[in-house]
Design a protein around this ligand. Structure first.
Ligand SMILES: CCCCCCCC(=O)SCCNC(=O)CCNC(=O)[C@H](O)C(C)(C)COP(=O)(O)OP(=O)(O)OC[C@H]1O[C@@H](n2cnc3c(N)ncnc32)[C@H](O)[C@@H]1OP(=O)(O)O
Length: 190
């Protein structure tokens, strides 16, 4: 499968209607970029509501460590084309690792969560058994990041997947490869 870039999403998102920016939204971006982000949030909230209704598991997804974390605001989008998932996320000031920057464990959790969403929404329940993160640039606190998760290949109970975290201008913060396994016996509730 061809690895998607998040760029086309921005372009597509430009055609939808206006919406309110969340109050925490960062200022200082160009008008065009603000508009793009506003569209993404509007689409994301709509889609997320839809996904929750379809899957009927709003309570479970809302307890998720990343998605329910008050320090990590996430809007999730899913590409119909290939099932890849985009998280548009804003990380707060209390996920600090090195002074002024996001903790690497939080980066890993965000990547794992986004890629897991792509895997879970694409097929039967599976769990992460391997997560390999390459950290390319430190992520500043109080910033917006774009995370994408995609499936590379599925072979029986195993799925190999990947994730990337970017600055909204496209600079790569981190990338990950993951292995998921569909449990043989019990399907834990998530
Ligand atoms: C909305 C978003 C939700 C976000 C969720 C975030 C995702 C997560 O964080 S999941 C939580 C973290 N992960 C876990 O806790 C998983 C812990 N592991 C387990 O419970 C078990 O390994 C489990 C259930 C996944 C698989 O166990 P089981 O069903 O017995 O499978 P098992 O027979 O051992 O392994 C199946 C195959 O996978 C392979 N495999 C299992 N683990 C690994 C591993 N770590 N590395 C490589 N291969 C592995 C096995 O070698 C085997 O391969 P083969 O069939 O070729 O012999």
């Amino acid at each position: 499968m061809q690895k998607p870039s998040f760029q086309p999403y921005y372009v597509k998102a430009l055609s939808s209607e206006q919406a309110q920016l969340p109050t925490w939204f960062p200022s200082g971006h160009s008008e065009e970029f603000q508009l793009i982000l506003r569209k993404l949030f509007e689409r994301g909230f709509r889609l997320m509501r839809k996904l929750n209704i379809q899957k009927g598991n709003l309570s479970n997804i809302s307890k998720n460590f990343v998605l329910s974390n008050p320090q990590i605001h996430v809007v999730m989008l899913r590409r119909a084309l290939d099932g890849s998932v985009i998280y548009l996320a804003r990380v707060g000031s209390q996920v600090q690792g090195p002074s002024g920057f996001m903790h690497g464990g939080a980066t890993a959790a965000l990547l794992d969560d986004c890629v897991s969403s792509a895997v879970l929404l694409s097929g039967p329940f599976a769990m992460t058994v391997q997560l390999n993160v390459q950290y390319r640039k430190p992520v500043p606190l109080n910033s917006v990041v774009v995370v994408e998760g995609y499936i590379d290949q599925t072979n029986g109970r195993k799925t190999i997947a990947g994730g990337k975290m970017y600055h909204p201008d496209g600079a790569l913060y981190a990338e990950a490869t993951l292995l998921f396994v569909k449990p043989r016996l019990v399907e834990p509730k998530m």
